[in-house]
Design a protein around this ligand. Sequence first.
Ligand SMILES: O=C(O)CCC(=O)C(=O)O
Length: 278
Amino acid sequence: MDAAFKRYKSRCDPLNFKDPELLHKFEHNNECHTLDRHPGFYHFSQVLTKSEQIEFTKNLLSEYAKPPHARNLNINGVEIWQTENQTFQQKYKNLQKLRWVTLGYHHDWDTKVYSETSKSKVPDYIFDLAKKAAEKLDKPEVLTKNYTPEACIANLYYPKSTLSAHTDHSEKNFCHPILSYSIGLPAVFLIGGKCRKTVPTAVLLEPGDLVIMSEESRLAFHSVPRILTKKEFPEVCQVYHITDLERKVEEKSEVHEYEQICELLSLARININIRQVF
Ligand SMILES: O=C(O)CCC(=O)C(=O)O
């Protein structure tokens, strides 16, 4: 895992979408994609529409990234995405300090223990995402319709961000899979095995994609060594417009905010990582 992480992180290394040995790019069809080397790893292309991605990002910045939810920036009352009197560049500069937001049981990055005294309500929208995933993966033995999202991490990535190799083992019950949605910029995702030494498979995660990590892959090492930008890889980056929204927005200030969210999604990646803890 570590050698592959270094290789993909290095900007000198060419990425070849046509060579599945180098980077697995799944077809944009309605099928469930799997990898023989990684049982329990499921991938679905473009499950979230652009409209859903834009709406989630708006909710994240205007609502979820504030108390009672938790975020890495522990500055009470300080806005990270002010809507007035700031240019997009000023907002984007501020926002780059925001790396994660937690909903439900707040993940404790140091102790790795979820606590009854550190939690907030999981938004209904996250329940809808879990239901959507269960409908896509028609395998009740892996993901039931009763799956209860109890913890959610929204990870924010900017063009140079990475997430190093780790396993997700803070939860109390590993029978429940991890559900992971991608928004905004595409990324290279490495899925390995139970041991750090297992050679991973590189998978291209495109905006709107859903990954489910279950069974053997539930406790597999994984990482995000690289975010892809529009300048380097226009063919896999989406462009977002306010006209992609499925509802009409008319108020001037709201139009302005949505336009900025669309701009942001060409400069950042958001991952919605959903877990059932118990
Ligand atoms: O960003 C991703 O796709 C993965 C995030 C992740 O691995 C995590 O939150 O544990």
